[in-house]
Design a protein around this ligand. Structure first.
Ligand SMILES: Nc1nc2c(ncn2[C@@H]2O[C@H](COP(=O)(O)OP(=O)(O)OP(=O)(O)O)[C@@H](O)[C@H]2O)c(=O)[nH]1
Ligand SMILES: [Mg+2]
Ligand SMILES: [Zn+2]
Length: 333
């Protein structure tokens, strides 16, 4: 057989396959949409991201599992609509950012909910979340909830002296709720924070119609019971899109990666004016002489507690090597 004949045969085969494909796909549309809820391996997608349309319940294609990528709430996706209310996620459109915890993509703003009352939030946990948000070019807001019980003065004082937006709230008395709604307006935000601090309660206070389940705190442990299990976008006042996420008792270490290690100083926003002004290039800002950051700490321009978190995080990231990144990726769900 000549090469030309062989080519023709191949081309014929390709057209026949495409014809067959088209026949099979006759009843099927490829459309784009946005994932607004994830629950037990199902993704609820709104066509064109329009929450007024009927959502389509999708499964992810097997190739995502193979590639170790999970679709996330907030993802814009191409789906195959089977026209019976179900479909398949075919591909994920490029993301602005993505998080392991909370498991969401394309966030404008991370709302870190903390509490000075039980369960008290650890300052290092707050600083790690702030660093991860800064690394991902995501704005952060820090909320001190339960201020009817404890006004979290220690925490408040630390962050008041930083460029980070802060707000005291109470889901019980309604303090700060209007201001919170203002911060959320026209943005896609996710609530995160240790379990039991009142993330779901705040959402209910913002929009009582939501009626999201909240949990009692176990007195013995001083922890919540992980009341929120699934991840879902709520729309409030037709302008604020908010994801309530399950709380946690320890930090997800897979966010601690080589990129954070390499860019750590700039993720502490109040360090920025001093970076590049140290006596030594490549200064780690830990205990070096002539360090502009340390000088600023001494002068009280940077809070001691923030620098302490920086050093702790620096030490935690120090042993991280290239091969561990691959490991981390493989461990991702
Ligand atoms: N006094 C007081 N109690 C609150 C406040 N906010 C929440 N609570 C209580 O704290 C408990 C936990 O609240 P949730 O809203 O379930 O906390 P969560 O952060 O959503 O917890 P997870 O879903 O487990 O992460 C509930 O008993 C709430 O009633 C508050 O501002 N003041
Ligand atoms: Mg909750
Ligand atoms: Zn330095």
């Amino acid at each position: 057989m000549t090469l030309e004949n062989r080519m023709e045969e191949l081309n014929n085969n390709i057209s026949r396959t495409e014809e067959l494909d088209n026949k099979l796909n006759n009843n099927i549309d490829n459309i784009t949409g946005r994932i607004w809820k994830a629950l037990s391996g199902f993704y609820y997608v709104y066509p064109d991201g329009d929450m007024k349309k009927k959502s389509i319940t999708c499964r992810a294609r097997g190739k995502f599992r193979k590639d170790k990528i999970s679709p996330l709430v907030g993802d814009r996706v191409k789906i195959r609509d089977l026209r019976d209310g179900t479909g398949y996620i075919e591909s994920i459109l490029p993301r602005r950012n993505d998080f392991v915890r909370p498991a969401v993509a394309n966030l404008d703003q991370l709302v870190i909910v903390a509490s000075g009352a039980v369960p008290k939030t650890d300052v290092y946990l707050i600083d790690r979340m702030l660093s991860v948000a800064a690394l991902k070019n995501c704005d952060a807001v820090l909320i001190f909830n339960k201020c009817d019980l404890d006004r979290a003065d220690d925490l408040y004082n630390i962050y008041q002296a930083s460029p980070i937006k802060i707000l005291r709230t109470s889901a019980v008395t309604g303090e700060g709720i209007d201001e919170l709604l203002n911060l959320l307006k026209n943005k896609f935000s996710a609530f995160t924070g240790n379990t039991g601090v009142g993330k779901s309660s705040l959402l209910n206070a913002l929009s009582p119609g939501l009626d999201i389940q909240t949990g009692e705190i176990s007195a013995a442990l001083g922890r919540g019971r992980h009341t929120t299990r699934h991840i879902e976008i709520y729309k409030i006042n037709n302008s604020a899109e908010i994801v309530d996420t399950p709380g946690f008792s320890s930090f997800e270490t897979s966010e601690l990666n080589l990129e954070l290690k390499n860019r750590l100083p700039e993720t502490f926003l109040e360090f920025l004016p001093y970076l590049g002004k140290c006596a030594f290039t490549g200064c780690a800002h830990v205990k070096e002489t002539g360090c502009a950051v340390l000088d600023a700490v001494r002068r009280g321009e940077i809070q001691q507690s923030r620098h302490a978190s920086y050093v702790k995080l620096y030490e935690e990231l120090k042993p991280l090597r290239e091969w561990e990144i691959k490991n981390n990726k493989n461990n991702k769900k």
